[in-house]
Design a protein. Structure first.
Lengths: 351, 598
């Protein structure tokens, strides 16, 4: 079997749960964090890996104390790694940790900034301020990180267009290499969901659209190329790890709630702090994998190669073409601007 | 068998007054069966019937009873369907009897169905044996029940047997009263076989089992019989009675009630009310009262997935085999594709058939707005029967349209009279009279268009009266009405499945309500959708479903590919379950909401 080239490590701890977030994470005591690292190391030792991309996500990987983080980083087979990202919450970035990451070869940071004004950060239940986000960013730069992503969110309760544009302006001013803009999704089992159920949050599709488009415009004017629904990068700074997911590559996920896809198997680990186990594997046929590749591929501006979709989806493609949702560019089928706005509609056609 | 020792009777009652429980008791007391065994044997066997508290079909039961006079009698208990939709079937069951036990709940008193049933029984000249049931209840009011029997139904209250089907009080008295008051079968003067078909059922192993009451002659296996109305001839395979299990007999004779099995393929071949006679020596005349039953309410039934058409056809065929009153015929709709036009005796019948398709046959169906049958009198003198709005000719060639009416009996507590009358008026009804039933209830008699009560009248009565009102009705012929066709257009295309025939005074309000409702249930799509209500080309209401501005989830999924894929799959599945009209996807709820907006 060829060695898996893409490794994800889920670190399931957060200092506090944000009001919108449904990713698996818990507060975690020092003891639990220790036990988690032991478990992750044990899990890692079961696989032979030679990753080209590594992504530490969460949760908040940067919350792990330095000693524990070191134990984990030491065991990551990073000899051939080209891109190694660690997700950070601004509140948990320190110069010491930044240096530690650098020492082991981490070369990309993804920081959840979400918003750049304190009132909104409070609404979101974030544990940091605008100021600390900026300072954390600077610490990362000072430690030598040359590839930084910032996550931003729009469609937030009480957020106006002017607010959002200001957030974008401030983020652009920091000149990160990469920006992700996510539209708020109301997830069950979150504080926002409860507010939504009781009618205190009302999503406004028109406004979301306007904000999304404003984001595309401002970011492209600032030299960021949109390469996926939510992702913008300076040329050459696209996230290789995420692209691997979307291109249907095999990947291994370590840690609670992490997903893996290898060959025709896909499984998800159980969401528990200690003793997490792989769930029952779903069999992903060649056919289904091709469907997923096409569906996720069409969320990228580069689209998919014609050979992937021709023959099997000719009728669907003809309909999408006539609805002006997709277009041929050379031998690649790509979403149009309108196709980006109706990406779920487009994706469903390939399933 | 000496006919003077036979009693043929049925039990009539308003729903829940204790018909099923009393039947149980009678069987138990005469030793027909043990209680537990009976549950499965004789009672309302289908879940649906249990839930709705109605019996559509139960076979007749023959009991043997040692009376106080020392003689042993044969008592044939014939079941009657408990709902007006089946009024004709009820009348044939009654015609097979000489008497009826009339149950009145001591706590509830006389109700709408009691009145309607007594009307039917009196028309058949049956001897009534009144029973006041549930006297064990703490709130039983025997004197009041007696008074209502007398005042509303003109039945001597003093003669009523007091009983509790629950505790067993009065059961023997009821049996004795049946023997004493119900006349034994009388000779008709015919020598040749005359047997009334009052019901039939389809049995996978035995074919059609016909339930009969013999009025003259005898019937036995091997004999050639003839149906006097259709002329069809069959050879008798078996005859017998239910005690309550089927028991073969050598022959059935005048006065007997039992079953006949002949080589009959479908219940539709042996209509209820038919007279069976001896093919070699036919009777001189048929038993009275045979009618072709005509469906009164129609609805289109379509598979949600057009691939299920053949399944649906097979399922309808099976239902028809056992329910000859239910008719179906292939039709197609622009909006819904291929399906069937189905005819029912009434709304309950329609609901039962639809429920059975869903539950028993696991069919995913869409049913169109129910329509009654209209008589369309054209200017050229032609008369059309129209049961589907799509077939209504252009009004320029129509002289006038007649619609079916019913005489409705509504019983409700006094305090709701005002609301009830208003409801009747809203439904274009005409109040005929109000009779007070007791100190707190009245009976309203009204003439109403069937088309107004078909959809939600019963529900409305229940809601206006907080569940205390009851309704029953009988058909009352056709009358001219100012009727028009209301169309619904989606992006300019009329959707035939949404059309309905309505009274002119109702058209605008209904059109507006429908357009609004559709606007709510049709999901936003990638383009704007116009929903219009129109009468003969004139738009009377318009609503717009705004175009969806985006359909994209800008979210961080990481490796959780399956979750996202499943969302897309669900989205696609949802789309598949919708019907496409032009480019617009219309969900099932839209069709259902049209049904609900009476
Ligand atoms: N207390 C009491 N309840 C009864 C009596 N007879 C029937 N019931 C109850 O009344 C309800 C309706 O009875 P059922 O025989 O199904 O009525 P049907 O709808 O006329 O067949 C059931 O809950 C019975 O248990 C009776 O004599 N006394
Ligand atoms: C896996 S999360 C972890 C990021 C990191 N823990 C932090 O918050 O700083 C990655 C990103 O997903 C986005 N996100 C999380 N929940 C979301 C939601 N309900 N709707 C939209 N975006 C969400 C946030 O922008 C978040 O930064
Ligand atoms: S957004 Fe990030 S910090 Fe907030 S709860 Fe989710 S994973 Fe934790
Ligand atoms: Mg019953």
């Amino acid at each position: 079997m060829t060695k898996v080239e893409h490794l994800y490590v889920h670190v399931p701890f957060c200092a506090a749960k944000c009001n919108y977030c449904a990713f698996y994470s818990e507060a975690g005591s020092a003891e639990q964090m220790g036990a988690y690292v032991d478990g992750a190391l044990a899990e890692l030792s079961r696989y032979e890996l030679q990753p080209r991309t590594i992504f530490f996500g969460g949760g908040t990987p940067s919350l792990l104390p330095a000693t524990l983080m070191r134990r984990l980083l030491e065991k990551i087979p990073a000899g051939d790694v080209e891109e190694w990202t660690i997700e950070c919450n601004p509140a948990t970035v320190s110069t010491e940790k930044a240096k530690l990451f650098r020492e082991f070869g981490v070369n990309r940071i993804s920081m959840g900034v979400q918003a750049l004004d304190d009132a909104m950060l409070e609404v979101l239940g974030r544990v940091h301020s605008e100021d600390s986000a900026v300072r954390s960013y600077e610490k990362l730069r000072a430690a030598g990180f040359e590839n930084i992503n910032l996550d931003l969110m729009f469609g937030l309760p009480g957020q106006t267009m002017a607010h959002w544009q200001e957030t974008l302006r401030r983020a652009i001013a920091l000149q990160p290499e990469h920006l992700s803009t996510y539209c708020l999704i109301l997830e069950e089992d979150t504080e926002f969901w409860r507010l939504f159920q009781s009618g205190r949050i009302k999503p406004d599709a028109e406004q979301e659209l306007a904000m999304y488009e404003a984001g595309i415009e401002m970011l492209s004017a600032a030299g960021y190329r949109q390469y996926e629904i939510s992702n913008f990068a300076k040329p050459g700074r696209e996230c290789a790890h995420n692209i691997a997911y979307w291109e249907g590559k095999d990947y291994l996920g370590i840690g609670p709630s992490a997903c893996s896809t290898i060959g025709d198997r896909r499984w998800q680990n159980s969401a528990e702090l200690t003793g997490w186990k792989p769930g029952r594997a779903e069999v992903i046929s060649q056919e289904l994998r091709a469907s997923e590749r096409a569906a996720f591929g069409m969320r990228m501006n580069a689209g998919v190669p014609g050979e992937l979709v021709r023959g099997r989806w000719d009728q669907e493609i003809a309909e999408l073409l006539s609805a002006e949702l997709v277009q041929w560019r050379g031998d690649r089928l790509q979403p149009t601007r309108r196709g980006i706005l109706f990406a779920d509609e487009v994706a469903a056609e390939f399933l | 068998m000496d006919a003077s020792l036979i009693r043929n009777f049925c039990i009539i009652a308003h729903i829940d007054h204790g018909k099923t429980t009393l039947s149980d008791r009678l069987l138990e007391t005469t030793g027909a069966l043990e209680k537990r065994e009976m549950r499965d044997q004789v009672l309302d066997s289908m879940d649906l019937e249990r839930e709705r508290g109605i019996t559509i079909k139960a076979h007749p039961v023959t009991m043997s009873y040692h009376a106080k006079d020392g003689k042993t009698y044969v008592l044939n208990l014939i079941d009657t369907p408990g709902h007006v939709d089946f009024a004709y079937e009820v009348s044939r069951s009654l015609a097979a009897c000489e008497g009826a036990v009339l149950i009145v709940d001591a706590a509830q008193g006389v109700e709408a169905q009691t009145v309607a049933n007594v009307h039917l029984a009196t028309k058949q000249k049956l001897t009534l044996v009144p029973v006041i049931n549930k006297i064990d209840l703490p709130n039983a009011n025997i004197e009041e029940a007696r008074r209502q029997l007398e005042e509303i139904l003109a039945i001597p209250g003093e003669s009523a047997v007091l009983a509790s089907a629950k505790t067993g009080i009065g059961i023997v008295d009821i049996l004795e009263a049946v023997i004493a008051h119900v006349p034994p079968p009388q000779a008709t003067g015919e020598e040749a076989l005359q047997a009334l078909v009052f019901d039939s059922m389809f049995d996978t192993y035995r074919g059609v089992v016909t339930y009969v009451r013999l009025f003259a002659g005898a019937i036995q296996p091997g004999m050639m019989i003839q149906l006097m109305s259709s002329g069809a001839k069959f050879e008798v395979k078996d005859v017998g009675v239910f005690d309550p299990k089927p028991q073969k007999r050598d022959r059935l004779e005048a006065g007997d009630v039992g079953y006949v099995i002949a080589n009959i393929k479908s219940t539709a071949d042996v209509k209820i009310g038919e007279t069976i006679t001896d093919a070699k020596r036919p009777a001189s005349k048929m038993l009275p009262g045979f009618q072709q039953v005509h469906p009164m309410v129609f609805s289109g039934i379509y598979p949600v997935n057009s691939a299920d058409y053949e399944h649906l056809k097979a399922a309808l065929g099976k239902l028809h085999l056992n329910d000859s009153a239910f008719m179906y015929q292939a039709e197609s709709s622009v909006a819904l594709g291929f399906g069937f036009r189905c005819g029912f005796l009434g709304l309950l019948h329609l609901e039962i058939v639809q429920e059975r398709l869903r539950r028993q046959f696991d069919m995913d169906i869409i049913a169109t707005y129910p329509s009654v049958v209209y008589h369309v009198l054209k200017t050229d003198g032609e008369i059309l029967e129209v049961d589907n709005p799509v077939h209504l000719p252009d009004l320029s060639v129509v002289d006038h349209i007649e619609e079916p009416y019913v005489k409705a009996f509504i019983i409700c507590p006094n305090e709701y009279i005002g609301d009830m009358m208003q409801l009747v008026m809203e439904k274009r009804g005409e109040m005929k009279k109000t009779d007070s039933i007791d100190s707190h209830r009245v009976m309203l008699t009204a003439e109403m268009p069937l088309n107004e009560i078909v959809v939600d009248f019963h529900d409305k009565i229940k809601s206006v009266t907080r569940g205390y009102g009851s309704l029953d009705y009988e058909h009352a012929g056709f009358r001219e009405g100012d009727l028009i066709k209301l169309d619904i257009l989606v992006n300019g295309e009329p959707v035939d499945a949404f059309s309905s025939i309505v009274h002119r005074t109702k058209a605008e309000a209904r059109g507006r309500a429908l357009a609004l409702k559709l606007q709510e249930v049709i999901p936003q799509q990638m383009f704007q959708i116009a929903i219009q209500a129109a009468i003969g080309g004139k738009i009377i209401a318009r609503e717009t479903v705004k175009a969806l501005s985006k359909n994209v989830t800008a979210k961080c999924y990481g490796g959780d590919i399956s979750r996202k894929r499943k969302l897309w799959e669900k989205q696609k599945e949802g789309k598949k379950r919708m019907k496409q009209v032009g480019k617009v996807n219309i969900p099932q709820e839209a069709f259902i909401s049209v049904l609900k907006s009476g």
